[in-house]
Write a protein that binds this ligand. Structure first.
Ligand code: EPU
Length: 335
């Protein structure tokens, strides 16, 4: 167990914020984690670092979860169970599925981050969420070091939410996730307008899972900045859900407000639209900015500090409340 000192966390967060870990440990095997848990309980866990805004140096021990491995653990006539280690990169796992013709996660192509952090906020895009294929989540309890498997119901998945973000926050470390994927008779989800439009554009009639994945990649590459080129954390804010009566009031003033019905009395309004209406889209303040194609995404052009991005996010939240009376919550964890 080799603890390193004064390590820059820049390569470990997709925002590319240059803060330090005073103590840093790369954990490549579950056994090493179990050993650590016998003597250390107070640490900061970093996975893919894709949903994280670091505003200061981390004085606690930082542990980087780097377990690797993807394997088929069971096979049925039409489906397959695949166990994936927490440290696997999410998009590389999606590409592995496409290569092996396993369907179910193709709409989630190109989402930054790791497999082990995907359950925490139930990642989602283009009409599909993590929870649609996840079967179980394997964990280790930090306090006792005991392994526990959560079935899907126990994870309490919801829009960008799960039990790991709420009552069990900070209690468990995710080690593996098992997915149930289709081997044949794939059920494609191209209901999300932009996917069908992309397939039509390419004149694809009987789309395969690879076609859907390619379409999602094309859409995302067009709309969202590549964190390898411009630091970002995907959606910085969650889309707010408001009551029907609140939405009616909004619609009176802004008849074109885009929206999606969530339930009988709840309407989701795209935060990107709210932010754009406040005039922030494409604006740059030093090295911190708002992406030109998607106002939901804050970016670090080069050397922005976490504090600068944080201050910008506060400014945006205040402007949205002032103009629309709607608070927007951050999706990203701010440290
Ligand atoms: N819009 C604007 N201006 C903008 C951005 C969006 O007016 O700058 C409006 C448009 O009306 C557009 C609508 O918002 O039609 C919805 O935009 P989009 O389809 O891009 O989706 P989103 O609601 O902005 C969500 C997820 C994304 C996910 C997409 C596609 C959240 C917080 N974000 O964005 O997730 O990729 O749907 O399914 O739910 C992420 O979490 O990192 C992420 C990128």
């Amino acid at each position: 167990m080799q603890i390193q000192h004064n390590i820059s966390l820049k390569p470990y967060n997709t925002f590319g914020i240059d803060v330090k870990a005073l103590k840093f440990l790369d954990i490549t095997h579950i056994e090493i984690l179990k050993e650590l848990l016998k003597k250390e309980k107070d640490f900061f866990i970093i996975g893919g670092g894709s949903n994280l805004l670091l505003t200061k140096d981390i004085t606690k021990l930082v542990i980087h979860i780097a377990f690797k491995g993807i394997k088929v653990v069971d096979e049925f006539e039409d489906t397959v169970l695949v166990q994936v280690a927490a440290g696997e990169n999410w998009h590389e796992f999606v590409l592995w599925c496409i290569e092996n013709n396993y369907g179910g996660v193709e709409n989630l192509s190109l989402i930054p981050g790791n497999v082990g952090t995907a359950p925490i906020q139930n990642i989602g895009a283009y009409g599909v969420e993590f929870k649609d294929t996840a079967q179980k989540v394997e964990t280790i309890h930090i306090e006792t070091g005991i392994e526990r498997i959560f079935n899907k119901d126990e994870c309490a998945f919801d829009y960008r939410n799960s039990v790991f973000k709420n009552e069990l926050k900070g209690s468990y470390i995710i080690t593996n996730v098992t997915f149930k994927l289709s081997k044949n008779k794939h059920i494609l989800n191209s209901s999300y307008g932009a996917i069908q439009a992309e397939l039509d554009k390419q004149n694809i009639k009987n789309a395969t899972i690879k076609d859907v994945s390619d379409a999602v990649i094309a859409i995302r590459e067009h709309k969202l900045p590549d964190p390898k080129k411009i630091g970002n954390s995907g959606s910085f804010f969650k889309n707010p859900i408001i009551s029907k009566s609140e939405f009616k009031k909004l619609q009176e003033k802004f008849p074109d407000a885009p929206h999606y019905t969530v339930s009988e009395n709840e309407i989701k309004v795209p935060a990107g639209w709210l932010v754009e209406q406040c005039g922030f889209k494409g604006k740059r303040f030093g090295d911190a900015g708002i992406h030109k194609n998607q106002a939901l995404v804050l970016v670090n052009y080069a050397n922005a500090t976490g504090k600068e991005i944080y201050d910008l996010s506060k400014r945006i939240q205040n402007a949205v409340v002032e103009k629309f009376g709607i608070p927007i919550e951050t999706e990203v964890n701010i440290i």
